[in-house]
Design a protein around this ligand. Structure first.
Ligand code: GUN
Length: 303
């Protein structure tokens, strides 16, 4: 029987721990974790993501602030805002939603975030800590951290002797997922658009992570019998079978993996939606709580 990995349930588990520890922090230390989310411009997908991050932060009992800036905000103004938040003791986590408008150098902005408040794990300091095999000291990017938690639920924390293939090499997902798998002692291969015979490589994977952003690219016969398949893709495609909706054609969400085919062979697989997606926000809350614990000098919980 193929196990469908319930990301929503695991995310709720993580959120429950965050809420409990946040309440303890308030009782014991009289403080609340503070999360600042910055959105520049009006990208509709980013608006949805940012609103749900702010909402979840409030649900967890955090001090939650959202800064929404116009699309033509000068880079210097954005940098000045980040610097103000760096200096604000009520803020423990700063997230600048990506992508930023084209006139802004995203890397330069990210580098102004204090590594101690970089709950997105994107600064060079946190990338370096993870790359040096010290994920417990780093802030790990939320989607990779969430993917790894799902893998642990199926395979445990020790991945010795297992082959992992990560399809995709982005800074946000592919590279950090590969580092986490390596830190758990898996044998890791990173595949990308220039990889030769990708289907054959995928068939060697005991753990297959898809993070390419191409709808249903990974077919069922690329999946090894019994593999753990983690689908990070969230792609919106036309759904003519649903008919016409109000204001246009209907769409549906699919991952980077052809789910029906792949689940016939996988041992465990994440659905889209309801797999990795809910984990991302949960791990942002977890990272912000950890940051607040560090600021208060108390031992953070382990997720
Ligand atoms: N845009 C899409 N995913 C993310 C993420 O994890 N962090 C940030 N900052 N922006 C994103």
């Amino acid at each position: 029987m193929t196990r469908i990995i319930d990301g929503k349930a695991v995310a709720e588990d993580v959120a429950a721990t965050v809420k409990r520890e946040t309440a303890a922090l308030a009782m014991r230390d009289g403080m609340a974790p503070g999360l600042a989310v910055i959105l520049v411009g009006e990208d509709p997908a980013s608006q949805v993501y940012v609103a749900s991050k702010s909402r979840k932060a409030k649900e967890c009992g955090f001090h939650s602030v959202q800064h929404t800036l116009p699309a033509d905000t000068p880079q210097a103004d954005l940098v000045a805002l980040v610097e103000r938040l760096n200096a604000d003791p009520a803020i423990h986590g700063i997230l600048v939603q990506l992508p930023l408008p084209a006139h802004i150098d995203a890397l330069a902005v990210i580098e102004t975030i204090s590594p101690d408040k970089d709950v997105d794990g994107l600064t060079y300091v946190n990338v370096g800590r993870l790359g040096a095999g010290a994920p417990q000291k780093a802030f790990v990017p939320c989607t990779p951290a969430g993917s790894m938690l799902l893998i642990e639920r199926v395979r445990g924390r020790d991945l010795s002797g297992l082959n992992a293939v990560v399809v995709g090499r982005s800074n946000l997902v592919g590279k950090p997922v590969a580092q986490l798998l390596l830190a758990a002692d898996a044998t890791v291969t990173i595949a990308h658009s220039r990889t030769k015979d990708l289907p054959a490589l995928c068939r060697t994977a005991d753990i297959l992570v898809a993070a390419v952003g191409r709808p249903e690219m990974i077919r069922g016969d690329w999946v090894k019998e019994g593999a753990t398949v983690i689908d990070v893709g969230i792609n919106r495609i036309p759904a003519p079978e649903k008919g016409e909706g109000q204001g246009g054609k209907k769409t549906r969400l699919v991952g980077d993996v052809a789910f029906a085919e792949a689940s016939a062979r996988a041992g465990a697989i994440t659905p889209v939606p309801g797999g990795v997606g809910p984990m991302t926000i949960a791990m942002l809350m977890a990272n912000t709580l950890v940051s607040a614990c560090r600021a208060a000098g108390v031992e953070p919980p382990r997720f």
